[in-house]
Design a protein around this ligand. Structure first.
Ligand SMILES: *Cc1c(COP(=O)(O)O)cnc(C)c1O
Length: 406
């Protein structure tokens, strides 16, 4: 086989489909985020509009101070797996902070949210005898990979469809172990799961629940515990999974659950056992971020206000954006080439960075720009964004929302 030619052909195919991914080479400016410098192109100054650092916590003074302090106190890396000298006091404190955030007995840290889903679902699915996992059709790749890795039977239910979920549950023997895996805020459409009703079904059919709150922790609920906290449902969820890399602005992932379940995953998950622990400074920074957002609603309120402002201004000029109850604003383009074209032009001509979202992240024909406003975007940033989109919408001859319908 001509290996290099094989790689090249596969990449050429991706390019011709408009799905080849190009990473913007950015340098974020601490204290001035969402502003950044783009390297290797003409427009050097860019405003980032697609970050998952939803609240700007990645530059929060308390987070940075905690990280600096931890580096000065105990150095760069953890030095080992959690089992082999990699458990520091910062890890222990962070797990306590997370358990408290979700009102659970315990929490378990992983190196990322991806790894937490992969390892926890993989372990539960493979170790619980005859377990069947009922997985929402739009679950994140990390959950899908974890479930696949577990080799447990997987039943995919229609996205957010309680009727389909119940039909699948009802067809299984009541005594068979079951796990319902789903998300709260779905990150591409910004819609929210009917958590309460899913918990009711779980009770009725004797199933465990596994909720990915990655796009909600820090952002919703009086203390940033997520949608389940906002709706008073945290105690009804068996496992709450989250990330420290999005609204909390650092990196890492976790599950929060009962003492026994966390201890079980800690004891059996290869993706937990055989990898170096997060740097203590990361744990300290994440704990500072969580602590701050438990006590402050200002960031959450400002976040929602900016989201409303962007939606209003897009509607005023007829740029079509999906209506949803979350902070994610999908601007629908529906064509991978146009999506990439608009994204390129935004960056080159307007200094605005929004990554095109194409297949396989979203289904073909639903290509979009996913806008994530944050408390650190100014009114001027918003006006520049909407003006640029208006301009490019005309250039691409894309349809507008009927103004009368708004
Ligand atoms: C980003 C994401 C993850 C993975 O979290 P990381 O900390 O970035 O690895 C898991 N689930 C969902 C729904 C996500 O969007």
């Amino acid at each position: 086989m001509d290996y290099q030619n094989f790689f090249k052909t596969a990449l050429d195919d991706l390019r011709s489909q408009g799905n080849y991914r190009v990473f913007a080479n950015l340098e974020r400016h601490c204290g001035a985020f969402p502003n950044a410098t783009a390297r290797g192109m003409e427009t050097a100054d860019v405003t980032i509009w697609c970050s998952n650092d939803y609240l700007g916590m990645g530059q929060h003074p308390s987070v940075l101070a905690a990280m600096h302090e931890a580096i000065d106190r105990c150095g760069a890396g953890a030095g080992g797996t959690r089992n082999i000298s990699g458990t520091t006091h910062d890890h222990v404190l962070l797990e306590a902070e997370l358990a408290d955030l979700h009102g659970k007995e315990d929490a378990l840290l992983f190196t990322s949210g991806y790894v937490s889903n992969w390892a926890a679902l993989g372990t539960l699915g493979s170790r619980i005898p005859d377990c069947v996992i009922l997985s929402d059709a739009l679950n994140h790749a990390s959950m899908i990979e974890g479930i696949r890795h577990s080799r447990a039977e997987r039943l995919v239910w229609k996205h957010n469809d309680l009727v389909d979920l119940e039909a699948k549950l009802a067809a299984l023997p009541l005594e068979r172990p079951k796990l319902i895996a789903f998300e709260s805020v779905y990150s591409m459409d910004g819609d929210i799961a009917p958590i309460r009703e899913i918990c009711d079904l779980a009770d009725k059919y004797n199933a465990m629940t596994y909720l990915d709150e990655v796009h909600a922790v820090g952002l919703y609920g009086p203390r940033g515990g997520g949608i389940a906290e906002r709706e008073g449902l945290m105690d009804r969820i068996t496992v709450i999974e989250g990330t420290l890399g999005k609204a909390f602005g650092v990196v890492g992932g976790y599950i929060s659950a009962s003492t026994e379940l966390c201890d079980f995953v800690r004891s059996f998950a290869s993706g937990f056992i055989f990898t170096t622990a997060l740097p203590p400074a990361v744990a300290a920074g994440a704990a500072a971020s969580i602590r701050h957002l438990k006590n402050s609603n200002a960031e959450r309120e400002m976040h929602q206000a900016k989201v409303a402002e962007v939606r209003e201004k897009l509607s005023a000029v007829g740029i079509p954006h999906a209506d949803n109850p979350s902070h994610i604003i999908p601007v629908m383009v529906g064509d991978p080439h146009k999506c990439k074209f608009i994204s390129d032009k935004l960056l080159e001509e307007f200094g605005i960075y929004i990554q095109p979202i194409n297949y396989p992240t979203v289904p073909k024909g639903t290509e979009r720009l996913r806008i994530t406003p944050s408390p650190v975007h100014s009114a001027n940033d918003i006006d520049r964004l909407v003006g640029a989109l208006e301009d490019l919408w005309g250039q691409c001859q894309l349809a507008r929302m009927p103004l009368a319908a708004q």
